[in-house]
Design a protein around this ligand. Structure first.
Ligand code: ATR
Length: 286
């Protein structure tokens, strides 16, 4: 599919502090080329003291919209006139665009990225939507819990080193979502249909994620949002005992889809070429 947009160059960007490490320009640059769109996707470093004014005045920046990364997702959400349901729930937006009337709109696409990755890599994964186990209780965990609730999971159990953070998420999502301290994992792992790691454990340079998977049902899907390394210790351990696994790089790619569509008017495809491009880049910089 090729779409040509000729009405002047559309500009979008990733914004944050810092932004140098962002893979978003690689992803959006690939799609701009692939679909023959006369647009650009830049990196804009926004210092914390400038963030409120930057997002509040996005209409004067010449950008059609932007991605927002750490630490500005909350500031960006506060600047928006309209937020999608996920951004409202998160109190944080990672994708902004100006609509035809000039209103600043914000979305949080992390949850949709998580779902898009599993839908693509493990079709039918949510046919079994009984019990989900989420490890960690940061921003990514909150987005994933929201996503799992949207797919009608019956029970979502969050385990976190700091119990209070798990409790805050559980309180927000109601009676389906339960908070636990890490040491209670053994009590629940035997009924999991899905196990997802959202902590930074297992990432290159961080401590390993050490779990006893002996009681995990063989039918459970195991996924990790860590993608450096791509095959984390958790995924290796799960695959070795016969569980289906999905790595985390697809979440990074799928969360970018809605922004590209809003800015450039084409819903882009997450395909093998894009995945290869990003994996090669990650390999080179590791
Ligand atoms: P993000 O917003 O990307 O999810 P985050 O807010 O920094 O990132 O969350 C990281 C998660 O990894 C948290 O759940 C954190 O646990 P705490 O809430 O107790 O800090 C978890 N995490 C990081 N290092 C950990 C460690 N050494 N042991 C256990 N959990 C860890």
């Amino acid at each position: 599919m090729t779409a040509k947009i000729r009405a002047g160059k559309i500009r979008a960007a990733v914004t944050g502090w810092p932004v140098a490490h962002s893979r978003s320009p690689l992803v959006h640059g690939h799609w701009l080329k692939r679909y023959g769109i006369d647009g650009s996707y830049e990196k804009i470093a926004v210092a914390p003291e400038d963030a409120e004014a930057f997002y509040g005045n996005l209409a004067t920046s010449g950008l059609k919209g932007c991605n927002v990364t750490i630490p500005h997702k909350e500031t960006a959400a506060a600047a928006c006139d309209v937020l999608d349901e996920a951004a409202q729930k998160m109190g944080a937006a990672n994708t902004l665009w100006l609509d035809e009337t000039g209103r600043l709109c914000g979305a949080n696409t992390d949850g949709a990225g998580f779902l898009g990755n599993l839908d693509q890599m493990a079709p039918g994964w949510d046919d079994r939507h009984g019990c989900a186990i989420v490890l960690g209780a940061g921003g990514a965990a909150r987005a994933i819990v929201w996503a799992l609730c949207s797919r009608k999971f019956t029970e979502v159990h969050i385990f976190n080193r700091t119990f209070e953070k798990a409790r805050q998420i559980a309180d927000q999502f109601g009676s389906i979502v339960h908070a636990h301290s890490w040491d209670k994992l053994g009590t629940y792992i035997g009924k999991a249909d899905l196990l997802v790691n959202t902590t930074s454990l297992g990432m290159t340079g961080k401590a390993p994620l050490e779990l006893d998977l002996a009681d995990l049902p063989k039918e459970a899907l195991v996924t990790d949002i860590v993608y450096v390394p791509l095959m984390t210790g958790l995924l290796k351990q799960a695959a070795a005992r016969g569980n289906r696994t999905v790595d985390g790089v697809g979440m990074l790619l799928h969360q970018a889809v809605p922004g590209f569509e809003k800015w450039f008017g084409v819903r882009p495809e997450v395909d093998d070429d894009l995945r290869r491009l990003v994996l090669d880049d990650l390999e080179q910089s590791s």
